[in-house]
Ligand binder design. Structure first.
Ligand SMILES: NC(=O)c1ccc[n+]([C@@H]2O[C@H](COP(=O)([O-])OP(=O)(O)OC[C@H]3O[C@@H](n4cnc5c(N)ncnc54)[C@H](OP(=O)(O)O)[C@@H]3O)[C@@H](O)[C@H]2O)c1
Length: 297
């Protein structure tokens, strides 16, 4: 039987890359792919290629049920709702799981984060942990991808560090195994298209974990610009980020990443990306060399 595969957040960086990998490498026929968005104009290019585009709003349960109807395997890409003052994102994801259950989806896939269990310093970890619990409680066979931090996230911190020669952090000697977002998308697409039936959790990471000092040295090698890593306490880092114009809650989220790194909760390295996708992961060195001009600004 040919299964129908559905991807939410298909207009976003990750969802779009998953759909592209389904079409290109997994050779899934466009007619067997459903891509969802709140605004179909965002996916006009995919519709033109024969992909079915449906409206799904995570704040509107009826739209999710309508969108999921007829899909066999549904990938829920976590939404970008990062409101620390509400549990809106967890509710959005719970609504999506309930919709999948209501229409009889046979396999549910979800993009979580590494080590989201209670006690995580990451301020939104509870959204992912709560969603994982809702998926398990639904009884739907599932695949959970605990996506490690993307190499692309370094665009948030590196341009400033390169320009000023100082990289302020509270991550200490903690390590991060940054991975290429597109490698993770390729792995997720392969799993989505695989027809796998058993429930699994994969932690998706880059091929090697580095400390902030090691990353700074690699960036200096790639750009020719010296970077001094300055370790500061969480509170001081939060104030510094706020002073640069970042809203308080987002500053707190950024600092919670460093606290998480310091606690050793994002240092894990797995071979899941390569095992699932069948392709070699992009290294951090390759990422830095390919993006030197963009990082220099
Ligand atoms: N591991 C990491 O390092 C890392 C880094 C960044 C983000 N993330 C996570 O990965 C997710 C995807 O990242 P991305 O870069 O692909 O995000 P993105 O480019 O910002 O796209 C977000 C997507 O979510 C959809 N969306 C947002 N709110 C929605 C709602 N209420 N109902 C339906 N769809 C909604 C949007 O669809 P429409 O606007 O078309 O409706 C859009 O396609 C993020 O949301 C975040 O949870 C992880």
């Amino acid at each position: 039987m040919t299964e129908t595969l559905l991807v939410t957040g298909a207009s976003g960086h990750l969802g779009r890359a998953v759909v592209n990998h389904l079409l290109a490498e997994q050779k899934v026929a466009p007619a067997n792919i459903i891509a969802t968005t709140r605004n179909p104009a965002n996916l006009a290019d995919l519709a033109a290629r024969g992909v079915t585009v449906r409206v799904a709003d995570f704040d509107d349960p009826a739209s999710l049920e309508k969108a999921f109807r007829g899909a066999d395997r549904v990938l829920i890409v976590s939404t970008g709702e990062l409101d620390l003052k509400s549990d809106r994102r967890l509710k959005q994801h719970q609504t999506a799981v309930a919709a999948a259950k209501a229409v009889g989806v046979s396999h549910l896939l979800y993009t979580s984060m590494p080590d989201p269990e209670p006690g995580s310093p990451v301020l939104f970890a509870g959204d992912h942990y709560g969603t994982e619990q809702a998926i398990k409680a639904s009884g739907i066979p599932h695949t959970i991808f605990r996506n490690g931090w993307y190499q692309e996230n370094l665009f948030m911190s590196l341009p400033h560090a390169i320009a000023t020669g100082k990289w302020y952090t509270s991550a200490g000697d903690g390590r991060v195994a940054h991975g290429a977002r597109d490698d993770m998308a390729a792995a997720i697409a392969a799993s989505l298209a695989s027809g796998s039936k058993e429930s699994r959790i994969y932690t998706l990471t880059g091929p090697q974990a580095f400390t902030t000092s090691e990353i700074a040295a690699m960036v200096s090698d790639a750009t020719g610009k010296p970077i001094e890593v300055v370790q500061v306490p969480d509170a001081g880092l939060t104030e510094g980020i706020k002073a640069s114009g970042v809203p308080e809650d987002f500053a707190r989220i950024i600092v919670s990443f460093d606290a998480n790194t310091r606690a050793g909760r994002i240092a894990q390295v797995t071979d899941a990306v390569e095992k699932l996708s069948g392709r070699k992961s992009r290294t951090l060195k390759q990422f830095l060399e390919a993006n030197t001009a963009a990082l220099l600004g």
